[in-house]
Design a protein around this ligand. Structure first.
Ligand code: G6P
Length: 602
């Protein structure tokens, strides 16, 4: 996730870009840059780190008078957060900014390199600008060249391009990633969301996927697959705080809704039709590795527990999981044939980082799965796979968990692939299920309304038990953690089959059981476990695709073709339930008491 701003008009462009990027910093802040063409003069500035570094770098630069300009704040997906990898990317005479992932960039890059183009960065974005210049150099007019370039791009993009070949024009294209156009008379703005243009533009047009075009002389020319088209602008809302949350009440709510889309980004270029491709890992990365140990904290620990089932079942490789703070002081026995995996949303969690350092000292190969490039854990690991969830603001982690689990599922398949322990047929089935996941993560109005309604019945009682079996046990742990984090009610996750060995003593009408009852995994077993609880008068809320008579409340899920697809759909249900209970209790959903997003102390 990155942020984009563009402006064409007579005003001081530097200020418009920097102020706009400031509003988008929540989308990424590992580097930023701007490019301005004014008359014949082209200026470009980039800086690593937060926007204030770019402000400092540009403090003596002014850009009043008619001109065109683009800016970008980056959240790395391809290539480290360095100045060379920061946008705007330069060709010979053009600049481009981009948000999204160009899925076929390697193929395009190879083609351009064979034609003699030199690449300066490791980004997928740089291919856009070289592709444009290639067509322009072949004799196509700037817009024709841009059009030809757009036709070649696969994947997600919101992109702006400026070129000395057309110094009064901004070219734009959108597919999958957000972008809008703001209007104030003859002045035209571009941005990834409303906030940068609030107070500047008064009308707005939200670009649709597949639309592209250019702006010149205060007029926007909009195209799609069928040629030039008319469009209708709408008045711009004026509330910035509201705009940052994109209409949702809380960041956590926005992040729950985003999961379907970001899952697509996590898979992009990695999940192919019959194969998992992880560019981050060398071909021999798993050579000599016979076991996997995962260390993590909190929610990341729960994705690790899920992964342990997947590694053993799918890849036939031994996997064990430890809470990082426990691992650190237990004098663990470590051997060199074990891959040490750390999972962390922030990449800064002190206990996880220390566990990693210990494993490295013991000579283990390390891999991190992380949402933040260049974080301490990523830097410390031999290699890292980024989860591409975009910045997560709600303290209670949602989309980070979803994308971690997805990456781990991919990794399990990848290991099965390279170690040849996973039959091709099964791999294909798993990949098909993976590709269906984004659909199962869509939050429908009916589902949200149902959980809103149900939530009023779960505001009291003496506790919650979330129960599940197999991978639904870690999901039960995660569901319970979400609930306690933001509702402050007591909740526990438990393996369903273990309830009879103690916790069932707590069962009465005031004990709320949230039962995860997937159709594709041990349905009859968990059904019996729930029946035992029901017989002791516990209040049961069943989440299942199959109707269940004994449930006091029932949330029917839609997808029941594969355990992981069921897993992700049920995950959304538990997240929304926690959210709605918290809202009813009047708690601060995004910043719950006593917690921190990133815990950098032991
Ligand atoms: C804190 C956060 C949790 C998170 C845990 C691990 O406790 O509040 O949401 O799961 O740290 O964080 P990490 O960034 O390493 O995933």
């Amino acid at each position: 996730m990155c942020g984009i701003v563009g402006y064409i008009g007579p005003k001081e462009k530097k200020e418009i870009l920097l102020d706009g990027l400031q509003e988008l910093e929540y989308r990424g802040y590992d580097s930023a840059g701007i490019a301005v063409i004014q008359g014949e003069k082209l200026n470009n500035f980039k800086a690593v780190g937060k926007l204030k570094n770019l402000r400092e770098k540009t403090k003596n630069y002014t850009s009043k008078g008619f001109g065109i300009s683009i800016g970008h704040t980056r959240w790395a997906t391809h290539g480290k957060p360095t100045e060379l990898n920061a946008h705007p990317h330069l060709g010979a005479y053009s600049y481009v900014v981009h948000n999204g992932i160009i899925e076929n960039y390697q193929e395009l890059k190879k083609e351009l390199q064979q034609e003699g183009v030199t690449f300066l960065s490791q980004t997928d974005t740089e291919t856009i600008v070289h592709l444009f210049e290639k067509y322009h150099n072949e004799g196509f007019a700037p817009f024709e060249a841009f059009q030809k370039m757009v036709e070649r791009l696969e994947g997600a993009y919101a992109t702006l391009l400026i070129t000395e070949a057309a110094p009064d024009t901004i070219f734009f294209a959108k597919n999958g990633s957000p972008m809008l156009i703001g209007f104030d008379g003859e002045e035209v703005y571009f941005a990834s969301s409303d906030t940068p243009i609030i107070g500047r533009a008064n009308e707005v047009y939200y670009l649709e996927d597949g639309e592209y075009g250019y702006v010149q002389n205060g007029k926007v020319h909009l195209f799609d697959g069928n040629g030039e088209k008319a469009f209708q602008t709408q008045p711009l809302i004026a509330d910035k705080a509201m705009a940052q949350k994109e209409g949702y009440r809380f960041f956590m709510e926005k992040e729950i809704y985003e999961q379907s889309r970001v899952m697509g980004e996590t898979m992009m270029g990695r999940v192919l039709e019959e194969e998992i491709v992880l560019d981050e890992l060398n071909a021999d990365f798993f050579e000599g590795i016979n076991a996997i140990k995962i260390c993590a904290c909190g929610t990341s620990y729960h994705s690790a527990l899920t992964a342990a089932y997947l590694f053993e079942r799918l890849a036939k490789i031994r996997c064990d999981v430890e809470i990082a703070s426990e691992f650190r002081y237990k004098d663990p026995l470590l051997s060199n044939d074990t891959l040490f995996v750390t999972i962390s949303q922030s990449g800064e969690t002190a206990d996880t980082l220390e566990a990693l350092k210990m494993a490295k000292r013991a000579g283990l190969k390390s891999l991190s799965i992380c949402n933040v490039d260049n974080s301490s854990i990523v830097r410390e690991s031999d290699t890292a796979i980024l989860t591409r969830a975009g910045i997560e603001k709600g303290v209670a982690s949602t989309k980070a968990f979803a994308t971690q689990t997805m990456v781990l599922w991919m990794l399990a398949l990848y290991v099965g692939q390279v170690k040849q322990t996973l039959p091709q047929e099964l791999l294909k089935e798993e990949i098909d299920a993976m590709l269906r996941t984004p659909k199962a993560l869509v939050v429908t109005d009916e589902l949200h309304a149902k959980l809103h309604r149900l939530s009023k019945r779960y505001l009291h009682g003496h506790g919650f038990f979330f129960i599940g079996r197999d991978i639904f046990y870690p999901l039960a742990l995660e569901g319970a953690l979400k609930l306690k984090e933001i509702s402050y009610l007591h909740a526990e996750g438990y393996p369903a089959g273990e309830m009879k060995h103690g916790p069932i003593a707590l069962a009465d009408a005031e004990l709320f059981t949230i039962a995860l009852m997937p159709k594709t995994m041990h349905y009859d077993k968990i059904k019996s476990n729930v029946e035992e609880l029901s017989a002791r008068d516990a209040t049961i809320c069943a989440i299942s695709p199959l109707p269940f008579d004994l449930a006091d409340d029932f949330v029917q899920t839609q997808y029941s073709s594969h355990p992981m697809v069921e897993f992700f759909e049920m995950m959304v249900v538990t997240q929304l339930l926690a959210l709605e209970i918290s809202v009813r209790l009047g708690n601060d959903v995004d910043m719950p008491r006593n917690l921190a997003k990133s815990v950098t102390v032991e």
